[in-house]
Design a protein around this ligand. Structure first.
Ligand SMILES: NC(=O)CC[C@H](N)C(=O)O
Length: 196
């Protein structure tokens, strides 16, 4: 059985822990970089990307997460986590972890409709997925190595690039566990591949 860690510096940590538990995978709140050695996949939760970046630096996680990624272990970023994974952020002169070949826009759906829900058809995951958006970003542009898994009003809101997965919405805030289950499968498969 694989173990999925949730970066527990800030944001929707408890909700992810609960949804990972429901998939049957083991889970761990990651508060120190040394704990990354104990997990097979990592979730970067929603929250506030600038704050989370400051904490990533403060707790010396930056290089450790990049090294974890280079080992081929899956990483799933939701909302602020998606922003952390992008290699370009609109209107900012620097990105954060730069793991995925995509340019993202923050708070892209505007202040009037800061939060909303939509039913999306998501490649690999299923149709009519109940997606919750909260001050959500979206993917403005992405490279040919990035597969867009879902769109909302023609905007890319979920993507996969090899062992990286990212959503603009919050799959941990609904009872619809199909997205987390898909990530848990990615983690289980990569665990077996990396072990063989
Ligand atoms: N719900 C969220 O994670 C919001 C993300 C937030 N808008 C940011 O820029 O970090």
């Amino acid at each position: 059985m694989s173990t999925i860690g949730v970066l527990a510096l800030q944001g929707a940590v408890r909700e992810h822990i609960r949804s990972v538990k429901e998939t049957g995978a083991q889970t761990l709140e990651i508060k120190r970089k040394e704990q990354l050695a104990e997990i097979d996949g990592l979730i970067l939760p929603g929250g506030e990307s600038t704050t989370m970046r400051r904490l990533i630096d403060g707790y010396d996680f930056f290089k450790a997460i990049q090294a974890f990624a280079k080992q081929g272990k899956p990483i799933f970023g939701t909302c602020a986590g998606l922003i952390l994974m992008a290699n370009e952020i609109e209107g900012q002169d620097h990105a954060h972890l730069g793991l995925m070949n995509m340019k993202v826009a923050r708070n892209a759906f505007g202040r009037q409709v800061a939060s909303f829900e939509a039913n999306l058809d998501v490649t690999y995951v299923g149709n009519q997925f109940n997606a919750v958006f909260i001050r959500a970003p979206y993917i403005l542009e992405s490279g040919s190595d990035v597969e867009v898994l879902a769109t909302y009003k023609d905007r890319a809101v979920a993507a996969k690039q090899g062992h990286y997965l990212a959503t603009a919405f919050h799959p941990e805030l609904t009872d619809d566990n199909r997205f987390i289950e898909y990530f848990a499968q990615m983690v289980e498969q990569s665990k077996q591949t990396l072990a063989s």
